[in-house]
Write a protein that binds this ligand. Structure first.
Ligand code: ZN
Ligand code: FE
Length: 251
C-alpha cells in the first residue's frame, strides 16, 4: 500500500492510500475536496473509496463533492451514520474494511466524538487515527467522557509498537510545549521536543508518529506514570487522564 500525505486547510493532513495490487485508492477523511482532487491528479490515481474517522466537517466535509466526481464508496462510523454525508457502508468495532487486497480493522475510539473510529492496517503497519491521538497529544473531548477517551487511547496503545500512527492534524509543536510542562523530567520527551522544533523550522511534517515514541513521550498515554508528580497519586488512571486533559484545555 502506498500512502500520500499532504497538508489541507489550516493544520489538517489529507491521506490517499493506494492498494497496488488492485489500483483501489482511498481518501482517509475529506478535509478539502479540491486539495484531494489536486493530489489525485498529481498521482494519476482514481478515487474509489473514502474512509471517514468521524463526522466533523474538517474530516467529512468533502465527501459529497468527491462522491459526485468519482462515485466512490463512502465507509464511516456506524454510530455517526446520520452525520456522515453520502455514507454507503457503516462500520464499527472489529469490522474489516477492504481496499483491494489491503485490509483494515475498525477500532471504535469514542471520546473526541461518540462514534469516532480508527482504521488499522495490520499488514501495512499503520493506523489512521483521526482526532483520537496526536503526536504527544490527544483529541479534545467534544462528545465523550474522559473514561471513554482513556479506554480508546488504551486500545490504540495496545497496537504493535512499530505501528505508524497517521494523525489528522499537525499540532505537534504546541503539544510538545504542554507535554514538557507536565513531564519535563522525561529525557525522551525533551529530545523529541527539540527534534520536532527542528523539523517544523524546516517545514517538515511530524506525522506519522510511531506508537513506540508516543508510549515514551505522549503525556496522555503516560497519565498513570506522571500522575504522582502532578499531585494525583492514588487516583484511577482514567481520572489522572481526565485531569491532564483539563489542564491541556486551559494551557
Ligand atoms: Zn475532529
Ligand atoms: Fe479534526
Amino acid at each position: 500500500m502506498i500512502i500520500r500525505q499532504f497538508p489541507c486547510l489550516k493544520d489538517n493532513y489529507g491521506f490517499l492510500l493506494r492498494d497496488e495490487a488492485s489500483g483501489a485508492v482511498a481518501a482517509v477523511d475529506t478535509p478539502d475536496a479540491a486539495a484531494i482532487d489536486r493530489e489525485l491528479e498529481a498521482a494519476g490515481w482514481r478515487l474509489t473509496h473514502i474512509l471517514n474517522t468521524h463526522w466533523h466537517p474538517d474530516h467529512a466535509g468533502g465527501n459529497l463533492a468527491l462522491k459526485a466526481r468519482w462515485s466512490c464508496r463512502i465507509i464511516g462510523p456506524k454510530r455517526e451514520a446520520a452525520r456522515i454525508p453520502g455514507l454507503d457502508e457503516a462500520v464499527g468495532e472489529g469490522d474489516e474494511v477492504r481496499l483491494g487486497e489491503a485490509v483494515a480493522r475498525v477500532i471504535d475510539t469514542p471520546g473526541h466524538t461518540l462514534g469516532h473510529v480508527v482504521f488499522h492496517f495490520l499488514e501495512a503497519g499503520c493506523a489512521f487515527v483521526g482526532d483520537t491521538i496526536f503526536a504527544m497529544g490527544c483529541g479534545r473531548l467534544f462528545e465523550g467522557t474522559p473514561s471513554q477517551m482513556w479506554a480508546s487511547l488504551l486500545k490504540v496503545a495496545a497496537l504493535p509498537a512499530a505501528t505508524e500512527l497517521y494523525c489528522a492534524h499537525e499540532y505537534t509543536e504546541a503539544n510538545a510545549r504542554f507535554a514538557l510542562s507536565v513531564d519535563g523530567a522525561n529525557a525522551a520527551l525533551r529530545r523529541r521536543a527539540a527534534a520536532v522544533d527542528a523539523m517544523r523550522a524546516r517545514g517538515a511534517p511530524t506525522v506519522p508518529t510511531r506508537l513506540a515514541d508516543e508510549l515514551e513521550t505522549n503525556p496522555f498515554l503516560r497519565a498513570p506514570a506522571i500522575a504522582a508528580s502532578l499531585g494525583l497519586s492514588g487516583v484511577a488512571d482514567a481520572e489522572a487522564f481526565a485531569e491532564l486533559r483539563r489542564r491541556k484545555d486551559q494551557f
